[in-house]
Design a protein around this ligand. Structure first.
Ligand code: CU
Length: 110
């Protein structure tokens, strides 16, 4: 029963965030500013998947977004960024959150 209630609460939260996303895209010119957050980080490449265009980075804190250190996957934007990196390489990178999607927009070997 407790699980069912929790699921309901999470479900309601998702609906709320979906509708707020809708609201922000309904304001032309404001949408980009309110939904995209950019930051910089550094870390180690732990996986590269050219098929899904994803790079996984074990990264340190990203202050601009209030993130702690973690390991996560980013979409490479543009995809050609993946060609210049290797697993195990230490990198500095620029990233942004586009809504709930994390993107890496620049990569430089350390
Ligand atoms: Cu992260």
């Amino acid at each position: 029963m407790k699980t069912a209630i929790l699921t309901l609460v999470i479900g309601a939260g998702m609906i709320a965030s979906l509708s707020s996303a809708k609201t922000s895209t309904a304001m032309p010119g404001m949408a980009v500013k309110s939904t995209v957050k950019a930051g910089r980080g550094s870390g180690t490449v732990t996986a590269i998947d050219p098929k899904t265009n994803k790079i996984t980075i074990q990264h340190g804190p990203i202050a601009a977004l209030g993130w702690k250190a973690m390991t996560m996957a980013f979409a490479a934007t543009p995809p050609a960024l993946l060609k210049g990196v290797k697993i195990g390489e230490r990198i500095d990178f620029a990233m942004r959150m586009r809504g709930s999607a994390a993107e890496v927009t620049a990569i430089r070997a350390r």
